[in-house]
Design a protein around this ligand. Structure first.
Ligand code: GTP
Ligand code: MG
Length: 320
């Protein structure tokens, strides 16, 4: 069996850059148990080499098409690229999964490209649980660029902001939502704004609106560019790649490992949360029943019930 990474040498094969090992490791990491801990510990010292680039934007903005064009641009620059596409199929465009298969087909013969679609919800309660780990595995496997592609909805931008070194927010004209609808929060996290579908008539207006919104911000050492792309004919891709490389170099010059520790912190937070959840749901002890009953009868509030549960858990741990 290949299920025990210690025995199979999975970590070693992954670190040697074997694609089959990467695929296997992603499957392992999506599960639970000692194999996950072993694998993560084995790769940890090798992390932080890849530049993690987040692409987010509303459904149908052209993220997948743009990422595909970006892969081709970076391959032309001699870089290897791995993509983790989270929630690739949005209800709006429907056929996105099929489209994603087709786009992947362009790169199937290229060992310098690896694309993996991830189901977004369910595991450890969120998008980023597996995305952060998968990004780390891709980093460990030696890819120069790791792309995290997510549909911009609610939490996902914030999560992407924590995980990515370079954050790209894509919009497109004619999606029904005018630029005003781009939440301030999204603008805040963007290192680079992209107006895709530059071939559409309203694209220039969208660009001007975004520039006007950015002008209101307090200047920092990084001026957020608003770039125009046509992902279909691949216009504007060199400029996008240049901007990403500039931002990555700036990060490097500061020695910033913020995104890497962001991924580690999130991994820890989610693992702790899962551990506590499992324990609370399973614990049939009298002490735990008493806390549930007290909460139910409004003898204590939720906050003190939480504290009591954590104390209980902690005592349980020290007994072990
Ligand atoms: N005219 C034009 N169409 C584009 C451009 N980029 C993408 N499209 C089209 O827009 C549609 C949506 O593109 P996708 O790349 O699937 O968009 P997405 O953001 O990944 O969509 P979801 O995965 O559903 O969130 C497709 O029909 C693309 O061919 C562009 O630059 N110009
Ligand atoms: Mg897509």
């Amino acid at each position: 069996m290949d299920d025990i990474p210690q025995k199979s040498g999975l970590a070693e094969r992954l670190l040697a850059g074997q694609t089959a090992a990467l695929a296997r490791a992603i499957t392992v990491i999506e599960g639970e148990g000692p194999a996950v801990s072993y694998l993560l510990k084995a790769i940890q010292p090798h992390l932080g080499r890849a530049v993690v680039v987040g692409f987010t934007g509303p459904p149908g903005a052209g993220k997948s098409t743009l990422v595909n064009a970006f892969i081709a641009e970076m391959r032309g620059r001699g870089k290897t690229v791995a993509v983790a596409a989270v929630d690739p199929s949005s209800p709006i465009t429907g056929g996105a999964v099929l489209g994603d298969r087709i786009r992947m087909a362009e790169h199937t013969m290229d060992k310098g490209v690896y694309i993996r679609s991830l189901a977004s919800r369910g595991h450890l309660g969120g998008l980023s649980a597996s995305a952060a780990r998968v990004a780390d595995l891709m980093d460990a496997a030696g890819f120069d660029i790791v792309v995290l592609e997510t549909v911009g909805a609610g939490q996902s931008e914030v999560e992407m902001a924590e995980m990515a070194d370079v954050r790209i927010v894509i919009s497109a004209p004619g999606l029904g939502d005018d630029v005003q609808a781009i939440k301030a929060g999204i603008l805040e996290i963007a290192d680079i704004l992209v107006v895709n579908k530059s071939d559409l008539p309203l694209a220039r207006r969208t660009t001007r609106q975004l520039e006007a919104m950015l002008a209101l911000r307090i200047p920092t050492d990084w001026k957020v560019p608003v770039l125009s792309t046509n992902a279909v004919d691949r216009t504007g891709l060199p400029e996008l790649a240049d901007a990403i490389e500039r931002k990555a170099a700036l990060r490097e010059s500061k020695g910033a490992r913020a995104a890497l520790s962001g991924r580690t912190r999130r991994l820890l937070a989610q693992t702790v949360a899962k551990y506590v959840e499992d324990h609370v749901l399973r614990d049939q002890s009298a002490a735990s029943e008493a806390i549930v009953t007290a909460l139910q009868q409004a003898d204590i509030d939720l906050k003190s019930a939480t504290t009591k549960i954590l104390t209980l858990l902690n005592e349980g741990l020290t007994d072990e």
